[in-house]
Design a protein around this ligand. Structure first.
Ligand code: NG6
Ligand code: CA
Length: 485
């Protein structure tokens, strides 16, 4: 092959910027009020902005599991994990990063993991495996679970960063352990008050879920997390610039605790939740700036999206509900994080690849579970039958060459939703809403009736028309049963 042609066909770098809890309406181009997101808007201006793109689930661990394995979370009973949970991806399983390694990519994950680590009881003072390496990442720099869970330390290549062996780490999600003081006993030490679920170990003036002892030198400072993660992500890009690389940049923002760096405090009119949106936008800018400075932006397939819908009150008292004003975190869509209504999984999603993807908008119905098979297609990789079992090749929709995405799309929450074109079906669930959800002022979509909505006429899922369209209901029930069997 002539040199020129092979250069032209150079494999694109692939970057997924995965924001945490960012809603459809939380970015400028999708109508945000009260906070500006110039870096994200720039991506949208030069890229393809999707209006009907979905995470696989309305919570974090299930969405991430599906993104990385191409398989639905229910198949592995994946639920939100505690901070000391074992790895939920079987190291023998085929994964998106392993598929990319086979295609010649260097792979890295920087940021929130929340897929578990190790096999059982974790010793935080040693290398912990299996973890990202066994899942297919050549490099990892992690927040092990969430920002609101212990241990509050970073891990690089599966070892705690800056650990002093004379001050070993112990973590507990059961019995209370002495060590860092407890939020429920020492409210005077707190920067933000919380509900009773987040009143364990106080670290950096913030009480968390779980208890912790030791590791003082290794503790993160919440206000610096965006800088640390952006630096590690851009270091990875700079180091791997001559290889095709895959970077899964998984931000802590805009998850709680929302404690923006002083650089961003009061940069929005919505208090901490708006400020961390601005902070998230800055992180996006760091990535695009670095790609540009390395002359890589043109041939990088960059996907900007989120893991689940927005939530105002997830337990920390930061006045997001009081300060939201006219801003609509989920856009015109009903629901939120934890909810089966559209805003639970309909994610802000931008595909930016100047070399191959024309700027514009797309209303194709797509799911993150399909990235595996779609990227495999792009890179001429075969996907075996027992691999990425729920992932479909809809590459042409992801690249804007077709408006046709999925025929059916599953939405996993605390009940199931199913999309078929404009139709939205919700499986009945005749159970009381758990108290911890009620307290968050969100509606998970439980109903003993079947729910059916026509999203073309009723995008906000207000009028249940299941009784008027029994045939559609039947068809969707049948498809859901087929998926779940
Ligand atoms: C919930 C936590 C919440 C948050 C969430 C995970 C309680 C009451 N709430 O269980 O604080 O950590 O899990 O968020 O424990 S997610 O974005 O990672 O799914
Ligand atoms: Ca999340």
């Amino acid at each position: 092959m002539p040199l020129v042609a092979s250069c032209q066909d150079k494999k694109p770098n692939i970057v997924i910027i995965y924001v945490d809890d960012l809603g459809y309406g939380d970015i400028g181009v999708n109508g945000a009020i009260g906070v500006k997101t110039p870096n994200v808007d720039e991506l949208a201006k030069n890229g393809l902005n999707f209006t009907d793109a979905h995470s696989a689930a309305a919570t974090c661990t299930p969405s991430r599991y599906s993104l990385l394995t191409g398989s639905y979370a229910f198949r592995n009973k994946a639920q939100i994990l505690e901070g000391d949970a074992p790895l939920i991806i079987n190291p023998k399983m085929a994964t998106l990063p392993k598929m990319l390694q086979k295609a010649g990519y260097k792979t890295g994950v920087v940021g929130k993991w929340h897929l578990g680590l190790g096999k059982g009881k974790i010793d935080w003072n040693k290398r912990i495996g299996p973890g990202p390496e066994e899942v297919g990442f050549d490099y990892s720099f992690l927040i092990p679970a969430t920002g609101d869970r212990v241990p509050c330390v970073f891990m690089e290549n599966q070892k705690v960063v800056n650990l002093d062996k004379n001050d070993p780490i112990t973590v507990s999600y059961g019995a209370r352990i002495e060590g860092y003081p407890w939020g429920f006993q020492h409210p005077e030490l707190l920067k933000q008050h919380t509900d009773p679920y987040h009143q364990g170990a106080i670290i950096n003036g913030i009480s968390r879920i779980g208890y912790m002892k030791g590791g003082k030198n290794a503790l993160w400072v919440d206000e610096k997390i965006p800088f640390v993660l952006s630096k590690k992500a851009t270091d990875f890009i700079n180091k791997e610039k001559d290889n095709p690389f895959f970077l899964y940049f998984s931000l802590h923002d805009i998850h709680q605790p929302r404690t923006a760096n002083i650089k961003f405090v009061e940069s929005s009119s919505m208090g901490p939740r708006g400020d961390v949106i601005a902070q998230m936008d800055w992180c996006v800018g760091q990535i695009t700036k670095t790609l540009k400075s390395q002359n890589l932006l043109e041939n990088t397939l960059l996907i900007f999206t989120s893991d689940n819908g927005p939530i105002l009150d997830d337990g920390y008292v930061d006045y997001a509900r009081e300060l939201v004003g006219n801003h609509k975190p989920g856009g015109k869509y009903r629901g939120s994080k934890y909810s089966v209504y559209e805003a639970g999984t309909r994610m802000p999603t931008i595909v930016h690849w100047p070399k191959k993807v024309k700027a514009g908008k797309s209303d194709a119905l797509i799911s993150q579970v399909d990235l595996y098979a779609s990227l495999a297609k792009l890179l001429h990789q075969t996907v075996n039958k027992n691999e990425a079992v729920d992932s479909k090749n809809v590459l042409n929709a992801w690249l804007g060459k077709s408006k046709k995405g999925r025929k059916f799309l599953l939405e996993e929450a605390y009940t199931y939703g199913l999309r078929m074109g404009k139709w939205k079906y919700i499986q009945p669930k005749n159970k009381p809403v758990p108290n911890w959800i009620v307290q968050k002022f969100v509606n998970p979509g439980f109903s003993k009736q079947v729910q059916l909505f026509d999203l073309e006429k009723d995008p906000s899922e207000k009028i249940n028309i299941s009784k008027d369209f029994p045939k559609i209901v039947k068809k969707m029930e049948k498809e859901l049963a087929r998926i779940l069997k």
